[in-house]
Design a protein around this ligand. Structure first.
Ligand code: ZN
Length: 314
């Protein structure tokens, strides 16, 4: 059954982060949008307002000097590279601030119960961005910012699942010593960015609330499902989350030019259904999903459509 339980954020301004011919290009979001508007459920999606996140909310995760220097760089130098992988343009700061704003908007919408779940179709992506720097196509860590903002609304236990093919090093670092946010990740290993060993389980108060599931190149849907069933879900049952957040990258698709995994678009439908069942068991179905990677336009559109088709069905 389809209801209006899902909130979706997609803004033209995310295209103003202009990376030219880079794999993380604006055509990714255009392709997703063109696909979703053709679905039978598009008209049922809630479309909450979104404005650029205020500096103090972004500063819960990122160093203020980094935020202000990125703003200045985009205004004055207008285009260039932060590192070898990460180009920026004049519109990058606004797009990234709006991505963080999407995190705030969906947190408000889902935590208040106006929608059961939500998806932020944003760029630039976020999960590699660290406290003091952009990294790996990412500028502001949207899912980490969302987690800290949710805590101001009253969320006590937040569970993150990151299924992007790359390890979410920035998100892991944000909560490595924090037992209020559980970070779990399935990722190709060894691979960029080099982090994500199974032995990294958190530190201090956060020991035991960081769960890395490194998988070899060529892993398939059944390998992922085993990790969900044998590691991630038992950890989630013990943790007892108030809300589940997903770093939804789709670059573990078999057709992705960057990743080396063998997933199909239907795999993301299955993963979403498994997570949705757990969300219903633990936290009234509350899920917020963030677009991370995914670089083959057809595979990306197919996979996002599969993911959203489950979020919207109860
Ligand atoms: Zn990725």
């Amino acid at each position: 059954m389809i209801g209006n339980q899902t909130a979706l954020i997609w803004k033209e301004e995310f295209l103003e982060h202009d990376t030219g011919l880079h794999p993380e290009k604006k055509e990714r979001l255009t392709a997703i949008h063109n696909r979703l508007v053709k679905t039978s459920y598009y008209a049922y999606l809630q479309r909450p307002d979104v404005v650029a996140a205020p500096l103090d909310v972004i500063a819960k995760i990122h160093n203020s000097n980094y935020i202000l220097s990125l703003q200045e760089l985009c205004e004055k130098k207008r285009s260039g590279f932060i590192d070898a992988d990460t180009p920026y343009s004049q519109g990058t700061f606004h797009a990234a601030s709006l991505g963080a704003g999407a995190a705030i908007s969906l947190a408000d919408t889902v935590w208040s119960g106006k929608a059961q779940n939500g998806i932020a179709l944003v760029r630039p992506p976020g999960h590699h961005a660290v406290e003091e720097s952009a990294m790996g196509f990412c500028f502001f860590n949207n899912i980490a910012i969302c987690s800290r903002y949710l805590q101001t609304l009253g969320a006590k236990k937040i569970f993150i699942i990151d299924w992007d093919v790359h390890h979410g090093n920035g998100t892991e670092a944000s909560f490595y010593e924090d037992d209020t946010v559980f970070f779990s990740s399935l990722h190709q290993y060894p691979f960029y960015p080099g982090t994500g060993k199974a032995s990294n389980i958190g530190r201090g108060r956060g020991e035991g609330t960081n769960l890395n599931c490194p998988l070899p190149r060529g892993s398939m849907e059944e390998d992922y499902i085993k990790e969900f069933q044998n590691k991630i879900f038992p950890a989630m049952d013990e943790f007892g989350p108030d809300i589940i957040l997903i770093s939804a990258g789709f670059d573990a698709h078999k057709d992705d030019p960057l990743g080396g995994m063998e997933l199909h678009s239907t795999s993301f439908e299955k993963f979403t259904r498994l997570i949705q069942d757990k969300a219903k068991e633990h936290c009234g179905g509350k899920i917020i999903s963030f677009l991370e990677g995914g670089y083959d336009l057809k595979a990306l559109s197919d996979s996002v459509e599969a993911h959203v088709s489950v979020l919207i069905s109860s």
